[in-house]
Design a protein around this ligand. Structure first.
Ligand SMILES: Cc1cc2nc3c(=O)[nH]c(=O)nc-3n(C[C@H](O)[C@H](O)[C@H](O)COP(=O)(O)OP(=O)(O)OC[C@H]3O[C@@H](n4cnc5c(N)ncnc54)[C@H](O)[C@@H]3O)c2cc1C
Length: 430
């Protein structure tokens, strides 16, 4: 019987395993060295904040895997020997495969800072990071976070929830301004400060200082300021977790290079999820996308191919969502922080300074290109249809009520937005 071996039991690995099982009786083995059972990485912050227990982040009962005839191995893969079709574990044992799926995810970036290996210096990615945080938090009087993206702000909220004062170093001029346009980015700066986070913009990390026991005791910024702290959170992005593949003959770039069918350069070896790098990304998509739903989609797609129905990965329109303390953020399509010359943008911000939308559209034909929403939840299905049908910005503004996620819970701002748009623009009838 064909043996499918999957390295990684995150959302990508688990999705491909479950879908292969739905479609076939093939032998499936799912390997991870992080946790015996699949858990939701995106929920780690809620465990630390006391909203959930770790067990609640595991969507399947522990006997689910046995019932579904999916073998689990809790071990670390140190090499893939493609010529012999086997993976080699840390304890020198090995496992043969007929087809191999690499779904090894990401790791937190560390840029060679002096002191980055000290105790008390951690990323926020793996379960072990959460365990380390739990152990260190009770004695922590001050924490420093380095890197102002989505994970950095989650970590800030986590410390805040335990009343641990935080200094947040952000290298950019304004929070996440390589993705967010200035209005939204400044709105989030204000929101961070309102939570008494010591936000330091245009400030980077120079080095981390040690005490006599090898614990972090302070950091020095690139402005030569020393800040005492017991925990340093490194949240300057993530990159594919692929070091164990270096001598494998599998073609690597930043990630594991794959074609549209998620195949690597070696027959019967595939890669999906955060660790996969598309050689030919779909239009307007990045070649590496470290988000939950793309890993899931890749898992679903690859299961079809492995079960004999070759299918190309087609992620459709880009969307993403996140949370900046109390402000929910969603994005559908593309709204660039620096619009191209053919692009116009409409920005509306509520007087509270916590609710906003920005719509991007083509100046020439007024076709809607994307929307950012802050503090208002809108329906993905609406914008997916709008993008697929190439509707205009005028259509979107006139039909915004249809995008309202749940009018019972979300106050309606459509009239205000409509009026603001009218006073800035002439709505074109279509
Ligand atoms: C704190 C946090 C919050 C996030 N929030 C969001 C969010 O709100 N929305 C969103 O879309 N995305 C979010 N993400 C990103 C999202 O979690 C990832 O995109 C997704 O989990 C990636 O899934 P994956 O299966 O590709 O990899 P992973 O979840 O990283 O799973 C890979 C697994 O493989 C294991 N592994 C790796 N190498 C080996 C080896 N050599 N041997 C054995 N096992 C190995 C790893 O330990 C890991 O368990 C968040 C990420 C983090 C860290």
């Amino acid at each position: 019987m064909e043996h499918i071996v999957i390295i990684g039991n995150g959302i990508s690995g688990v999705t491909v395993a479950r879908n292969i099982r739905k479609l076939s009786t093939k032998k499936i083995t799912l390997i991870s060295s992080e946790s015996e059972y699949f858990f939701s990485r995106t929920a780690l912050m809620y465990v630390f904040m006391g909203h959930l227990k770790f067990e609640h982040t595991q969507p399947y009962e522990n006997d689910f895997w046995k019932k579904n005839n999916i073998n689990l191995i809790f071990n670390h893969v140190v090499a893939v020997e493609a010529d012999e079709k086997k993976v080699v574990f840390k304890d020198h044992s090995s496992l043969d495969y007929d087809k191999l799926v690499i779904a090894s995810g990401s790791k937190s970036n560390k840029f060679g800072w002096k002191g980055q290996h000290l105790k008390g210096v951690l990323g926020l990615y793996h379960k072990l990071d959460l365990d380390n945080l739990e152990a260190l938090a009770p004695l922590c009087k001050h924490a420093v976070i380095v890197g102002g993206g989505l994970i950095g702000i989650e970590l800030a909220e986590m410390f805040h929830s335990r009343n641990i004062p935080v200094t947040f170093l952000v290298r950019e001029k304004s929070f996440w301004d390589n993705v967010l346009p200035l209005g939204e980015s400044q709105m989030i700066n204000r929101h961070i400060l309102e939570h008494h986070i010591d936000l330091r913009l245009e400030t980077g990390l120079l080095k981390i200082l040690s005490d006599e026991n090898g614990n972090a005791r302070a950091i020095v910024t690139d402005k030569n300021e020393t800040i005492e702290c017991q925990i340093v959170g490194l949240t300057a992005g993530v990159s594919p977790n692929i070091d164990f593949l270096k001598n494998s003959r599998i073609e690597l770039g930043r990630g594991v290079k794959v074609n549209r069918f998620l195949e690597t350069n070696i027959k019967d070896i595939y890669a999906i999820g955060d660790c996969a790098e598309q050689i030919q990304p779909n239009k307007n998509r990045n070649n590496i996308e470290a988000v939950w739903y793309t890993g899931k989609m890749m898992g679903e797609t690859l299961a079809q191919t492995i079960c004999g129905k070759p299918m190309e990965y087609n992620p459709g329109n880009w969307f993403n969502s996140a949370k900046f303390f109390d402000i929910e953020y969603q994005t559908y399509g593309w709204v660039f922080s620096n619009p191209t010359e053919n692009e116009a943008q409409f920005y509306w911000e509520h007087q509270s300074g916590k609710i906003a939308i920005r719509i991007s559209y083509d100046k020439n034909n007024r076709v809607f290109l994307g929307i950012n929403t802050f503090g208002i939840r809108m329906k993905q299905a609406f914008f997916d249809t709008v993008l697929n049908n190439k509707e205009t910005v005028d259509y979107v503004i006139k039909n915004l009520k249809k995008a309202n996620f749940d009018p019972e819970f979300y106050k309606r701002y459509e009239n205000e937005i409509f009026q603001s748009f009218q006073s800035n623009e002439t709505i074109v009838n279509n």
